[in-house]
Design a protein around this ligand. Structure first.
Ligand code: V47
Ligand code: SF4
Length: 357
């Protein structure tokens, strides 16, 4: 199916796309046309710029009671390979010589059955104290709701305490696919899609910006993807709190769901392009090279993406699921791949303010 002329007109005029438009875009075989449309919008919003950040990931623990069917990272308490870090070990990771230049720390874990809320407050406080100029982007909506429930406090109280400790921003993980029929199969114990959106709405209203994700290419339908994007767009209309959207291709190789193939390269590029076109109120789309591979992420810049994430030291979630990407990239490597795709590399902070060095 080719792209209907009506959609070209809507994009040219900046008119919002409907659910049907989104479905028709996913159904098209005109990959190049789709890329052209997404590139038009991306150029309108972000010119030739492709952003990156000097960041590192810290996973404080992989112990998780949720046991999502797609996840190779989470371990049950006592299972081989389960780990948890002390506050000192976490601080060492942000004060090590190789972390000297970072401007962002991305901290996530699992849903631990017993750690007290004070542990999470202490993580944020200690990292902020060790590196006051770094942005602390920590804990998904799923983790925050879990911590609050264990501590018997509200999500608002949990976020107030984390903000007080130094939390600047929240990552976008845990969204998966909002459709209850999919969630009940791939992550039945996890916070619902509605719950995820509600935690994010609370965070945004408290002045905590967040990212958003979508895990695609497993058992969901095209309609589920479009509905997921529309739910994010509707919340963004209300709060304007989402900074960046990150489409995450399902990595199947080492996942417990390895019988399902992940998305093809064409599907990944299509999904990035449709995300750019549907999410007219989220300024940035991330080509997360860790899960895409650097080569596909480079192509994604021509299909609507404008952000390359960053140096990403010590990523575990994607690599444990079989990601075939590097462990980390240097700033020179990021600049090289962006530039050789025909874009202008711009170092940014976590909120996409350009940084001049
Ligand atoms: O929430 C888990 C996903 C997410 C697999 O906000 C998997 O800046 C693919 O959210 N295949 C964590 N994906 C990663 C994440 C993220 C990454 C980079 C930047 C930001 C940001 C957020 O990874 C999880 C889950 O949705 N995930 N297992 C898998 N087998
Ligand atoms: Fe736990 Fe997150 Fe893995 Fe689900 S995806 S099992 S919540 S770590």
């Amino acid at each position: 199916m080719s792209i209907p002329a009506e959609i070209w007109t809507k994009i040219k005029n900046g008119t919002r796309l409907s659910r049907d438009d989104g479905i028709r875009l996913f159904q098209t075989n005109d990959l190049i046309g789709l890329g052209e449309l997404a590139h038009t919008v991306r150029s309108r919003l972000n010119g030739k710029r492709a952003y990156f950040v000097r960041n590192r990931h810290i996973n404080y623990s992989n112990i998780c009671v949720n046991g999502c069917a797609f996840c190779a990272y989470g371990k049950q308490p006592g299972e081989a390979g389960a780990f948890e870090l002390t506050i000192n070990e976490i601080v060492e990771k942000v004060t090590a010589p190789d972390a000297k230049a970072i401007t962002e720390v991305h901290i996530v874990g699992g849903c631990h059955p017993s750690k007290p809320f004070s542990y999470y407050e202490e993580i944020v406080r200690a990292v902020k104290q060790a590196r006051p100029s770094c942005i602390v982007k920590a804990f998904t909506a799923v983790e925050v709701e879990h911590f609050a429930r264990l501590e018997n406090i509200s999500v608002t109280q949990a976020l107030e305490r984390l903000k007080e400790a130094g939390l600047d921003m929240m990552p976008g993980g845990g969204a998966e696919i909002f459709a209850p029929s999919v969630r009940s199969k791939i992550c039945p114990k996890k916070l619902s899609g509605e719950g995820w959106l509600s935690v994010m709405e609370t965070a945004h209203r408290m002045g905590i910006p967040t990212n958003a994700t979508m895990l695609f290419g497993h058992i969901e339908s095209i309609e589920d993807r479009v509905d997921h994007l529309i739910a994010l767009r509707e919340l963004q209309d209300k709060t304007n709190g989402f900074v960046c959207f990150i489409p995450l291709p399902f990595l199947s190789k080492k996942s417990p769901m390895s019988h399902i193939h992940g998305p093809t390269g064409v599907d990944i590029l299509k999904t990035i392009a449709v995300s750019r076109l549907m999410l007219d109120n989220i300024l940035h789309i991330k080509a997360y090279w860790v899960m895409l591979t650097v080569k596909l992420a480079q192509l994604a810049l021509c299909f609507g993406a404008d952000d390359f994430d960053g140096t990403v030291m010590e990523e575990k979630i994607g690599h444990m699921a079989g990601a075939e990407s590097e462990d980390a990239l240097t700033v020179e490597e990021l600049q090289y791949v962006i530039q050789s795709a025909g874009f202008e590399p711009v170092e940014r902070d976590s909120f996409f303010n350009p940084l001049r060095r």
